[in-house]
Write a protein that binds this ligand. Structure first.
Ligand SMILES: NC(=O)c1ccc[n+]([C@@H]2O[C@H](COP(=O)([O-])OP(=O)(O)OC[C@H]3O[C@@H](n4cnc5c(N)ncnc54)[C@H](OP(=O)(O)O)[C@@H]3O)[C@@H](O)[C@H]2O)c1
Length: 265
């Protein structure tokens, strides 16, 4: 039986690395037409070359924190492929730093890249998704469900994403558009290297927990499966983060105590 995403038009942001790249590769293997967006055009072109069917990969360089780039991205897909079935908004950036010491610009950049970008893609693609009864998916984080130290700006942006998704999910039920939030735990990607420090500079170091995280391919598979089964939310992580999520709901004070005991980086 052909895959349900065969010939579907799928936009994946942040596809030059990590989870986005693995997700783009997986959907390309399933026979989808995949538009890939990120700032680093060279890495997107490499992904296209490596793909089983390069003609089914559309490279769209751009910065998701700029509304004009998001509009241009959606218009390019309409022009090239005539429809849009799925948006997977995955591009994102994190931080490491005590809130008191962190420059205001870092808080703003995190909201612009992680949260406002989600609103831009939603506003400019929702009419297309209503026509195709498609899927609107965003990659949030466990940090959209509970918070740890050193990430105040990141966790605020991810909580904003989760709240937005929960609201539009209800709004889109009558139109038959599937809305799914992805909640990864630690995933082995470039994320901690690309994180902002308190001064706004790239950190450039890999965290041990990220290095020991799930593979991006596993998260891509969980996204694919969740979309296939039209789930409202997909939690993709090792047991430890799932247990912390459970505690955050049922015993948040105990979770606070544990977070103060373990070395959070
Ligand atoms: N890794 C984890 O442990 C983890 C855990 C929970 C959630 N997540 C979430 O998963 C998503 C993917 O992250 P990852 O772990 O795969 O990290 P990654 O390897 O650093 O990939 C991040 C991707 O986002 C793109 N990006 C960043 N800023 C952008 C901008 N302004 N415009 C366009 N693209 C931009 C990057 O491409 P360019 O630099 O080329 O633009 C890259 O393709 C993020 O939303 C992150 O918050 C990750």
């Amino acid at each position: 039986m052909p895959d349900i995403f065969l010939n579907k038009v799928i936009l994946i942001t942040g596809a030059s690395s990590g989870i986005g790249r693995a997700t783009a590769k997986l959907f390309a293997e399933k026979g989808a037409k995949v538009a890939v967006m990120a700032r680093t055009a060279k890495k997107l072109e490499e992904l296209k070359k490596e793909s089983a069917n390069p003609n089914n990969i559309l490279v769209i360089p751009g910065d998701v924190s700029k509304e004009a780039d998001c509009i241009k991205c959606i218009r390019t897909i309409r022009k090239e492929w005539g429809a849009l079935d799925v948006v997977i908004h995955n591009a994102g950036v994190t931080m490491r730093g005590i809130a008191e010491d962190t420059e205001m610009g870092v808080f703003r950049s995190l909201m612009e890249t992680n949260y406002y970008s989600l609103v831009y893609f939603y506003k400019h693609s929702v009419k297309d998704l209503k026509l195709t009864h498609g899927n609107f998916v965003s990659v949030a984080s466990m940090m959209g469900k509970y918070s740890t130290q050193l990430r105040a700006g990141y966790t605020a942006s991810k909580h904003a994403m989760v709240g937005f998704m929960d609201s539009v999910r209800l709004e889109l039920i009558p139109a038959g558009v599937h809305v799914m939030t992805v909640i990864p735990g630690f995933v082995k990607t470039e994320m901690s290297k690309n994180a902002f420090g308190a001064d706004g500079k790239k950190r450039g170091t890999q965290d041990a927990r990220i290095a020991a995280g799930l593979s991006p391919e596993q998260v891509a598979f969980d996204i694919y499966n969740g979309m296939k089964n039209r789930k409202r939310e997909v939690v993709s992580s090792h047991f430890k983060e799932k247990f912390a999520l459970f505690l955050s709901k049922w015993s948040p004070s105990l979770l606070d105590k544990l977070l103060l005991k373990i070395p959070v980086i």
